[in-house]
Design a protein around this ligand. Structure first.
Ligand SMILES: Cc1cc2nc3c(=O)[nH]c(=O)nc-3n(C[C@H](O)[C@H](O)[C@H](O)COP(=O)(O)OP(=O)(O)OC[C@H]3O[C@@H](n4cnc5c(N)ncnc54)[C@H](O)[C@@H]3O)c2cc1C
Length: 330
């Protein structure tokens, strides 16, 4: 079959590789300039910032097996980090035996490895689907040309994108369209801080209580990341929702203040940049692994499916969902 996959995050790339392994001809459309989606690294003159996913864990046997392969290939390494809990700069220990992994040299490098041998069309946003007999034609927009071009025909379409974006394309094309329309991902404001000298903080990451921030991490504590002192700070979902329409300057000021309050460090950053994820992580995921309409030959997958795990919105969910999606095509 000719299969179109929309989205080159971990779910889309996993689905693409599995579909290829099953003998299908795959084309992946990705609206951004690079692959990896929310497993992303922002490059700056100070070095990279992993400003989306921070690390990943593996709980299912299937994902553990995949991670073991990635470790052998040296695409990912364990992140031996000291993580703590902060409450108004009071530090308490966290006991969590989970092994944490990071792609090297940055979060986005895993997607780049997985995309080798896959036909990924970058900077091509799918803006509509149209039925063409039993097949599908995609309308694809690029930045250079204002008018969308047609792509296809395809025998099957897999959407590996957030539910809000999938809903726009799905319309009433699939039997499960209404289920997708009910799922929402929460936003997340991120602050990236670079310092001239190391901060006197003896931990690598912290969950923050009673703050605008929910999580901070010393990006430069991750193996094979360029030296320096770079921190990534994630606002809580509640604060991000409330301040969704704030401008970047205002968000930067508020989150920088929260960083100083949480860590007790008075040192000013030499680099401070914010990023707003409109769709970061699902709070009410669907329990399935994916949805597939075998008649229309349209499917959706992504980290907003729990795939039998407790909770969702993580790298492991994206992988399991992409894999199951491809396997159900046959
Ligand atoms: C701030 C933040 C922190 C996180 N922290 C962690 C963590 O610590 N641990 C963890 O395990 N997970 C974490 N996650 C979640 C993790 O990043 C995701 O679970 C995973 O990367 C999702 O992969 P995906 O393939 O489902 O979706 P995505 O990575 O979102 O991929 C979807 C892709 O589709 C593209 N796209 C969308 N619409 C279209 C279209 N119409 N046409 C073409 N392309 C399109 C997008 O550009 C994107 O590249 C975090 C996420 C965020 C945002």
């Amino acid at each position: 079959m000719q299969v179109a996959i929309i989205g080159a995050g971990l779910a889309g790339l996993t689905a693409a590789r599995q579909c290829q392994a099953q003998g299908h001809h795959v084309t992946v459309y990705e609206k951004s300039r690079g692959v990896s989606g929310r497993m992303s690294t922002r490059q700056t003159e100070l070095g990279g910032f992993d400003h989306g996913a921070q690390y990943f864990t593996a709980s299912s046997d299937r994902f553990k097996k995949e991670v073991a392969d990635w470790l052998k290939l040296e695409w990912v390494v364990p992140w031996e980090s000291k993580l703590v809990k902060l409450d108004h700069s009071a530090v308490s220990a966290v006991t969590n035996e989970n092994k944490r992994y990071v792609p090297v040299p940055g979060m986005s490098s895993l997607g780049k490895q997985l995309a080798h041998g896959v036909d990924v069309r970058l900077e091509q946003q799918v803006v509509a689907l149209e039925a063409h007999g039993e097949q599908w034609i995609l309308s694809v927009k690029t930045d250079e040309v204002p008018v969308a071009a047609s792509a296809g025909p395809f025998d099957a379409v897999i959407m590996a994108i957030p539910p809000e974006q999938a809903s726009v394309l799905l319309k009433a094309h699939a039997s499960f369209s209404h289920q997708v329309a009910d799922v929402r991902l929460q936003p997340c404001w991120v602050l990236m801080l670079g310092f001239q000298h190391p901060l006197n903080l003896d931990y690598d990451g912290a969950w923050v209580a009673n703050s605008r921030l929910g999580w901070i991490a010393r990006d430069t504590s991750k193996p094979d990341h360029r030296a320096g002192e770079r921190w990534v700070c994630h606002a809580t979902a509640a604060w991000s929702v409330e301040h969704l329409e704030d401008d970047h300057e205002r968000a930067k000021e508020k989150l920088s203040k929260a960083f100083h309050e949480a860590t007790g460090s008075p040192i000013q950053a030499i680099h401070a940049v914010t990023h707003r994820w409109l769709f970061a992580q699902a709070d009410k995921p669907l329990p399935e692994s994916h949805l597939w309409d075998s008649k229309a030959k349209i499917g959706v997958c992504g980290d907003w499916f729990a795939s039998g795990l407790e909770g969702a919105g993580r790298v492991e969910n994206a992988f399991l969902s992409g894999l199951a999606m491809a396997q159900s095509i046959g």
